[in-house]
Design a protein around this ligand. Structure first.
Ligand code: ADP
Ligand code: MG
Length: 249
């Protein structure tokens, strides 16, 4: 579904991402882990068109999407959540989803057909997303009035409203308590049942180990290990990368 090849991005002298290869198969859940500053969010930003790479390719099915504008990447079927929640605080839950849904379809349809087609199928899709993220009873609440865990669920719902095939989740468990993480785990597994493909960037190892089919590890912008979760956890370089971080402070 997604194939990243020799992907590189520099910020001035910083090699944020260096020659990274990564393949993601349809309906796979791939964990992407690594210490702070190892280049995880930069990869999300490169894949979703926030930055153009200095080098390398990003293939989505048979298209090279490297350097595409974000709206075009979204229209091609890739959505993401943000490490720091980004919602329209003064819109309701339902309105946030409505806006997100339009962000994709606007690119795909002309204005007339858009307005004619607005109707049952759109509504149904929003309802099912609300349901899936357990936000049905919050639909008329302003996003800024939601509890933290609910905002996180709305962030996921917002990404889903664009009906992506591939979801990039950038530290979705950040700030969550244990119960919220359990709930998130069920939601991520539910995504796969709905036919989605997921790249999960996460610090909570237990969550990654519980849901990922495969894990790739970054350190200083380079991929240092990849494999099934248990094997990666036992990998000496991976331990060293995390211990090294602890020592660095
Ligand atoms: N927009 C940017 N401008 C300059 N440097 C950046 C920018 N984004 C990320 N970096 C740098 O790139 C490196 C990787 O960052 P990032 O991808 O955010 O890491 P992670 O998500 O793994 O914590 C860090 O050294 C960070 O400071
Ligand atoms: Mg990050």
């Amino acid at each position: 579904m997604l194939a990243i090849e020799r992907l590189s991005k520099n910020f001035g002298g910083v090699r944020a991402v260096h020659h990274v290869d990564l393949r993601v198969e349809p309906q796979e859940i791939v964990g992407l882990i690594g210490p702070n500053g190892s280049g995880k969010s930069t990869i999300v930003n490169l894949v979703t068109g926030v930055f153009a790479p200095n080098e390398g390719r990003i293939r989505l099915r048979d298209q090279d999407i490297a350097g595409w504008a974000p709206h075009r990447v979204l229209a091609a079927g890739i959505a993401r959540t943000f490490q720091n929640i980004r919602l329209f605080g003064n819109l309701t839950v339902w309105q946030n989803l409505w806006v997100a849904q339009n962000a994709r379809s606007q690119q795909a349809e002309g204005a007339l057909s858009r307005w004619l087609a607005v109707g049952r199928s759109r509504m149904t899709q929003i309802e099912s997303t609300l349901d899936f993220c357990r936000l049905g009873d919050k639909r008329d609440e302003l996003a800024r009035n939601l509890a933290f865990g609910e905002q996180r669920r709305l962030e996921l719902a917002r990404a889903l409203a664009a009906e992506p095939d591939l979801l990039l989740l950038d530290e979705p468990a950040a700030g969550m308590n244990a119960a919220e993480i359990d709930d998130l785990r069920e939601r991520i597994l539910g995504l796969r049942r709905r036919g989605k493909t997921v790249v999960l960037i996460e610090h909570h190892m237990e969550l990654v180990m519980a849901v990922a089919d495969r894990v790739a590890v970054l350190n200083f912008g380079e991929k240092i290990a990849e494999g099934n979760p248990a094997a990666v956890q036992d990998d000496g370089r991976v331990r060293e990368a995390y211990l090294g971080t602890a020592r660095r402070g």
